[in-house]
Write a protein that binds this ligand. Structure first.
Ligand code: GLA
Length: 730
């Protein structure tokens, strides 16, 4: 068992291969957080001190002891309203209008296996060994109960958390905050890293010192957003890729999220992560319970490289599901940047013919194939083929694509409706609009109320019909705007505050049904590029379109930020045309290819427009990708540079048995009399000898990891890098 309870100390010890998490129910029943860090095999309570800090206050039972304060002691799940004045994890309003919860230890259980979260995605055991700790706390004044759940995976070093809030009382309560994680850290000098951005520049890394007070990274857009990913790293100031302490946390949730970090008066750090309270009110009637989404935590004492590998493993193997979770993803051609809305069957077939000739596996028909959809002003919701563009229908097109030896995939944007659509004319009340107000339009479209079961039924019927009609084996599930004007015709006025979370629950329910009923279909998530790139969506879609920015140089930066939490196999990445449509930049086709290979690979251009030499290059790239695909997706991934700071962007894949390594990337700018650049590899076997493909060079793992390798001389800007090392047989 990875979980131990020491009864004489009321101490819970959660142990993974390298890390330890300690919690104590103290003499007052207050659940204190004692430790999260490396394994110590020691009760870490000795590090807690009990300072007297003016104006903080003590709990009633502490009598005249002014050193016992909820406001200074590390809490496992801090409550609002009872004297911990730092940011709270949970808040509720009771029938008399008061808002306080004083949660004390009631009971606990330790069980084999990993808990799951009803109606929500969560990490599952998937062949790993995992244990569950549940600690139930109770507020005696109102009978409200909170069960904190912990899933402990010994390998990789992962602890998951969520909470269940129960109302066994006789009067309803209203939850106004219900975080998934509260983590108090004492000692050390901490900074935080978060992943901010915007459409076409998602997940940019920002590492900043903490200031005293609350800093937050959050989304109130209804999706996890392009702007602030629901993941965070707390790291000590000296932490690097390969050394130093860091803690990572990522939500398994795709809606409005808040990550708040507070540096308090005693230089203690508190992390709160969960559903964004601004968009959350939830009525708990007597007998009801509320499940928070789950969060995944990991600690590393050897820097970000190890931390990321832990997240990659758990997300790829224990969050992603289905046939494609570990199997090879098809190389696809998507027509979006090739045609946008301007296509007909002939154009699509031409693209498909050329793609088939060059070795592509699947054609994906993007936006514009349905309803009245010649631009983005109309048609969403009318999921019926547009016969003027595709006279043979989707089934006819599907057959023709398959006759070329390609699989067929299709784009949909189920959660949306255009005002100019038959669906909206028939069901205006299905859209999220506040009666009496003009709604905001995002990309001219409105959002469907996913909390409404009729909407979900309509979408299930439409999508399953499409899949059956055209034999699609791939669905690109898009979502192209943020949500506001929140109002649901299905909810009474007092419960409108539940819509944001109910939307996400509805979305998950629909995805669950479709992925269960169509197990052979590969679902790829998308939200105007990478606006909903989170572990919640990855539970249903093992890959997500990472960004609408396909420029190789920008993509290297976006994929760099994405790689801190999300595995390479989850990153949808395509080679597109130059000049690039988003930036106007020209990068060599080889650089575009190695960048797109750090993901689930494809092309997004009209291959017919390429020169014969470029076509040969594409053919060769696909062969090479298929050769390396196993190493890229199943190996360990290492960031070898910081493309936001360095003149080169390079990364490395190492096979599990360490017999092979592949370094890919680009040198951003070539200069005359260029200063040579050495890159140190990682993750190799120190004593093995590695041969560099295409050269006579043989190097020990130790040499490559400590001395490194010189990047080859380059010509021109954005020059590609590919170095393939294999275990030397000599
Ligand atoms: C979004 C997606 C794109 C493309 C368009 C189609 O922007 O991110 O890849 O599918 O929608 O409208």
């Amino acid at each position: 068992m990875a979980i131990k309870f020491v009864p004489e100390k009321n101490l819970f010890i959660l142990t993974t291969q390298n890390t330890e998490y300690q919690i104590r129910a103290d003499k007052y029943g207050v659940l204190k957080h004692v430790w999260y860090g490396m394994r110590t095999d020691c009760d870490m309570e000795y590090l807690l001190d009990y300072p007297q800090v003016g104006c903080t206050g003590s709990i009633y039972e502490a009598g005249n002891d002014r050193t016992y304060s909820l406001d200074t002691l590390p809490q496992e799940y801090s409550c609002a309203g009872v004297g911990d004045f730092r940011i709270s994890a949970v808040a509720a309003t009771h029938q008399n209008g008061s808002s306080a919860l004083d949660l004390r230890y009631k009971t606990h259980s330790i069980t084999k296996g990993k808990y799951s979260v009803p109606g929500l995605p969560s990490v599952y055991e998937g062949g790993r060994s995992a244990d569950t700790l549940e600690i139930t706390l109770k507020d005696t004044a109102t009978d409200t109960e909170v069960t904190l759940k912990y899933g402990v995976f010994e390998e990789p070093d992962i602890i998951t958390r969520c909470a269940v809030i129960r109302n066994p009382g006789s009067a309803p309560i209203t939850l106004t905050k219900a975080a998934s994680v509260c983590l108090d850290i004492r000692g050390g000098n901490w900074e935080w890293m978060h992943f901010h951005g915007r459409p076409t520049m998602e997940r940019q890394v920002e590492r900043v010192p903490l200031f005293h007070g609350i800093q937050e990274s959050s989304s109130v857009r209804g999706t996890s957003s392009h702007h602030q990913n629901p993941s965070v790293i707390l790291c000590e100031t000296d932490c690097t890729e390969t050394c130093g302490s860091c803690i990572g946390a990522a939500m398994v949730y795709s809606g409005a999220c808040q990550t708040a970090v507070e540096l308090d008066k005693l230089n203690q750090v508190r992390l709160i992560m969960g559903i964004h309270p601004e968009l959350f009110r939830w009525e708990l009637k007597p007998g009801e319970e509320f499940n928070t989404p789950e969060a995944i935590l990991s600690y590393s004492s050897s820097g970000f490289d190890t931390l990321s590998r832990n997240f990659h493993k758990i997300i790829r193997e224990n969050v992603c599901r289905g046939k494609y979770k570990l199997s090879e993803r098809p190389v696809l051609i998507n027509n979006w940047e090739a045609t946008y809305f301007d296509f007909d069957e002939e154009k699509i077939i031409k693209i498909a013919e050329q793609a088939a000739a060059l070795g592509v596996d699947m054609l994906v028909l993007d936006d514009g194939w349905f309803g009245k959809r010649d631009d983005d002003c109309s048609g969403l919701g009318d999921w019926f083929v547009n016969k003027s563009k595709l006279p043979c229908g989707l089934d006819g097109l599907g057959k023709k694509i398959r006759a070329l030896g390609l699989k067929f995939g299709i784009w949909i944007e189920p959660e949306m409706v255009s005002e100019d659509s038959d669906l909206y004319r028939a069901h205006p009340d299905w859209a999220i609009i506040i009666p009496g107000r003009k709604p905001m339009r995002g990309r001219y479209q409105l959002v469907l109320d996913m909390s409404n079961p009729d909407v979900r039924d309509y979408l299930y019927d439409s999508i399953s019909r499409i899949i059956r009609d055209c034999g699609a084996v791939y669905i690109k599930w898009d979502m192209n705007r943020s949500i506001c004007d929140r109002y649901s015709h299905c909810l009474p006025p007092a419960n409108q505050g539940e819509l944001s979370h109910r939307y996400v629950l509805g979305l998950y329910e629909l995805l669950e049904k479709l992925t269960t009923d169509f197990p052979d279909v590969l679902f790829e998530g998308c939200s105007a590029g990478g606006g909903r790139f989170d572990a919640g969506m990855l539970y249903y879609c093992p890959q997500i379109w990472c960004s609408d920015n396909t420029d190789a140089y920008d993509r290297a930066k976006i994929q760099y930020g994405t790689s801190f939490f999300y595995p390479v196999s989850s990153v949808g990445s395509h080679v597109s045309a130059v000049p690039n449509h988003q930036t106007g930049r020209k990068t060599p086709i080889e650089t575009r290819a190695v960048t797109a290979m750090a993901g689930s690979f494809g092309y997004e251009l009209d291959l017919n427009t390429l020169s014969e030499t470029e076509k040969e290059a594409v053919k060769e790239q696909i062969i090479r990708y298929k050769k390396y695909r196993h190493l890229i997706h199943n190996g360990s991934y290492h960031r070898l540079s910081d493309p936001l700071a360095d003149n080169y962007a390079v990364w490395e894949f190492v096979s599990d048995d360490k017999s092979e390594a592949l370094v890919h990337g680009m040198v951003v700018r070539t200069e005359p009399n260029m200063i040579s650049c050495t890159v140190r590899l990682r993750g190799l076997a120190p004593d093995l000898e590695y041969r560099l493909d295409g050269t006579e060079g043989v190097y020990t793992g130790n040499a490559l990891m400590n001395g490194g390798i010189l990047l080859p001389e380059t010509v021109g800007d954005y020059a590609p890098v590919e170095l393939h090392f294999v275990k030397s047989e000599e």
